[in-house]
Ligand binder design. Structure first.
Ligand code: MG
Length: 378
């Protein structure tokens, strides 16, 4: 063989050693991903140097990981530390995308089960409704309130605006959903109704923050729940949160779309470290940003841009709390649980929660919305 005398490996030998097929090696050569050390000018045979095996093995493993070729090309030019960071970022993105698909799958499962009368847990029980309250407060430090909180018999919403047009952005996002309060929702169309509503909210936010406006670095979070008569549908983007108090236990049912939450998910930060992280409020998803430009978003940090959507079954006695980060940043979950389980009236509970945030310094605007699932009196 032509390469034997020069210490080079034939494509067959190199393929066996790297566990890449000759066909893959030819493709990677054409893409510039793994260029042979020499191509025989007469036969056209590709010959590889033994030193190229490390790179070839890395390419093979990255392919097995499902990384696209263009990204492998970039990663394979990096030193080991930088390559490790890229693999970590890639995997965080895969997991975030999978989480979004899992949300959609669970929504569809819930939705399809709900439409099947056999799956309805208690069709003859008393009809359920929502008892609600909303309150928003400037806090003790900020000069104005950029949060918007809303509660009605069908819609619960919190939006936390930021930047120069933060207040109109959060108001526009919530206003865009208010028609859900009165519109009928055709059975089977809930997912599309929610998607349309988010689209309308996004457009409304862009009108007040977009290129034509005075404030381009502005946007808002949006976390909303829609009562369907038997379920609560959730749409969520940003770092406002929803907690559910059920049987005395408090569950956070939303996932923050923040840089620090991504770092927690990647195992690079503990929740305790995140609580005092200087960039803990940096969002990777919100309404009003450009499609590719989260503020301060590092390469590879992008993890889908749409909202999380979910469908939650409702039991009498369930209490939902929607809140902006002005509450969750300064009031520990245990104190939130104590107020929610010890205060019957929603109006009083939202007042107490906001008082807790203000007594902890009130560093940010704070908004709380409570929705109680109650049996309606026949
Ligand atoms: Mg805030």
């Amino acid at each position: 063989m032509p390469g034997a005398s020069t210490g080079l490996l034939t494509i067959g030998a190199f393929a066996r050693a790297s566990r890449l097929s000759p066909k893959a090696l030819r493709l990677y050569d054409e893409l510039g991903l793994l260029t042979p050390a020499r191509v025989d000018p007469v036969s056209g045979y590709r010959l590889y140097a033994p030193e190229q095996l490390d790179r070839a093995r890395l390419v093979a493993w990255l392919r097995r990981l499902g990384m696209p070729l263009a990204r492998i090309q970039y990663v394979s030019t990096l030193d080991a530390d930088a390559a490790a960071r890229e693999v970590r970022a890639f995997w965080a993105q895969v997991e975030a995308d999978t989480a979004a698909r899992r949300n959609l799958a669970s929504f569809l499962i819930g939705h399809l089960s709900w439409k099947d009368p056999a799956m309805n847990p208690n069709p003859t029980a008393s009809p359920l409704g929502i008892r609600y309250a909303a309150l928003s407060d400037t806090g003790r430090v900020r000069g104005s309130n950029q949060d918007t909180a809303y509660a009605g018999s069908r819609l619960l919403a919190v939006a936390d605006g930021y930047g120069g047009a933060g207040a109109p952005a959060s108001a526009a996002a919530v206003d865009a959903l208010k028609h859900l309060e009165t519109d009928g929702i055709p059975a089977g169309d809930l997912l599309n109704v929610l998607e349309d509503a988010i689209g309308q909210a996004e457009q409304a936010v862009r009108r007040v923050t977009g290129p034509g406006s005075s404030a381009e670095e502005a946007g808002t979070t949006l976390t909303a729940m829609l009562w369907t008569g038997s379920h609560l549908a959730l749409v969520h983007i940003g770092d406002s949160r929803v907690h559910l108090l059920r049987d005395g236990e408090l569950f956070q049912i939303t996932h923050d779309h923040t840089v620090v939450q991504t770092m927690i998910d990647e195992g690079r930060l503990t929740p305790e470290e995140a609580a005092s992280h200087p960039q803990r409020s940096l969002l990777i998803r919100a309404l009003g940003q450009g499609p590719d430009s989260g503020p301060g978003m590092g390469p590879g940090m992008r993890a889908g841009t749409g909202p999380d959507i979910g469908l939650h079954d409702a039991r009498p006695g369930d209490r939902y709390l929607l809140c902006s980060d002005g509450l969750s940043t300064v009031v520990p979950a245990d104190d939130i649980r104590r107020v929610l389980s010890g205060t019957d009236e929603p109006e009083q509970a939202v007042r107490e929660l906001i008082a807790l945030a203000n007594s902890a310094g009130g560093p940010d605007n704070v908004s709380c919305v409570i929705g109680d699932v109650v049996e309606l009196q026949g």
